[in-house]
Design a protein around this ligand. Structure first.
Ligand SMILES: NC(=O)CC[C@H](N)C(=O)O
Length: 200
């Protein structure tokens, strides 16, 4: 891998542009990914916030579901925010009937979990010991439970719910750091990608 990793942003639906900007601010090269050929050229992938049911259906229509599952299985670093977190979950609760994910993180994610109480809110969370990060939650999921290989990186009130996790090269947040102009979460992911490149 070159020293500046190419990080794809899955551009089927969601806030793609904001992730491209945050990745660029964090020192990576970002490229929109819609097709299997574009995926093959990316060192890593960000799955944006948006609507997980739409991302799933479009991934099927664009024949991206299986190629993405395969890359994740092969160890490609990936980061999902909000709907992207849902897409990286091995199991989901409150999905629509038949809803599928790419999977990869051994966790159960509850869709729209915070959304039933309040559609949108912001809170400072301590992310991976980096100090307070402003977290924007929009009809956000929370992580109901994690397997033993999953590291919890942040929790939010109410209830100390898990809102950020990492399992090896996979990172997921319930919130949207791409909307705040603070690129620390993206920088954390870019560093994960750089380390992964050095270890291969
Ligand atoms: N802001 C978001 O990404 C919301 C996620 C959305 N509720 C879903 O199920 O995908």
């Amino acid at each position: 891998m070159t020293s500046v990793p190419v990080i794809g942003v899955l551009a089927l639906q969601g806030d793609v542009r904001e992730h491209v900007r945050a990745l660029t601010d964090a020192g990576a090269r970002a490229a929109a990914v819609r097709r299997p050929g574009e995926l093959a050229e990316a060192d890593a992938l960000v799955i944006p916030g948006g609507e997980s049911t739409t991302i799933w259906k479009l991934a099927e229509a664009f024949e991206m579901l299986e190629p993405l599952r395969l890359r994740i299985k092969e160890g490609m670093p990936a980061y999902g925010s909000c709907a992207g977190m849902i897409m990286l979950a091995d199991r989901i609760e409150d999905g629509v009937p038949g809803q599928q994910t790419f999977g990869g993180i051994d966790m159960v994610v509850r869709r729209n979990a915070f959304g039933r109480q309040v559609d949108s809110f912001e809170e400072d969370v301590d992310f991976a010991g980096e100090g307070p990060v402003r977290a924007v939650f929009i009809r956000a999921p929370w992580v109901e439970s994690v397997g033993t290989g999953v590291e919890v990186l942040a929790r939010a009130e109410p209830g100390g719910r898990i809102v950020a996790v990492r399992q090896g090269p996979l990172l997921a947040t319930s919130f949207h750091p791409e909307l705040t102009g603070d690129a620390r979460v993206h920088a954390y992911f870019v560093e994960m990608v750089r380390r992964d490149g050095r270890e291969r």
